[in-house]
Write a protein that binds this ligand. Structure first.
Ligand code: ZN
Length: 129
């Protein structure tokens, strides 16, 4: 999946779009590595986010992998994101990776949680040196 796809909720979850604006992220950091750019953050309540951009620049079309340890991402979206081969640290979410979220996301639509969506937007503002 691309960074652009992680900046917003898909149509099915559009009613959550507003919630992205209220997310407060602290400690937004990034590191440029040989074949990827890693962007991390956390929320005030302690959830950790990570986006691995598999590109030498940060653009809407950059392919990436994501992770957040909040309940929403774990129980609703991580399975679908895993199926798209865009889940970071699948071993930390092994139960979600194995079983489909039949009730919480019956059509298994890949989506960010609000934290990942916010971090993806912040990542697009980073000016690489
Ligand atoms: Zn989250």
């Amino acid at each position: 999946m691309t960074l652009g796809q992680f900046t917003r909720f898909p149509a099915k979850f559009r009613d959550r779009e507003e919630s992205i604006n209220y997310v407060v992220l602290t400690n937004i950091n990034y590191s440029v590595e040989e074949d990827k750019i890693v962007v991390t953050s956390q929320t005030e309540s302690g959830y950790q986010q990570e986006i691995e951009i598999l590109d030498n620049k940060i653009s809407l079309r950059s392919p990436c992998k994501v992770y957040c340890d909040c309940e929403s991402f774990k129980y609703e979206f991580s399975h679908a994101v895993f199926k798209q081969n865009s889940l970071l640290h699948p071993f930390k979410l092994l139960r979600s990776v194995i079983s489909r979220p039949k009730i919480k996301n019956p059509y298994n639509i890949p989506s960010p949680c609000k934290h990942i969506a916010r971090l993806a937007r912040e990542a697009l503002k980073i000016k690489l040196k």
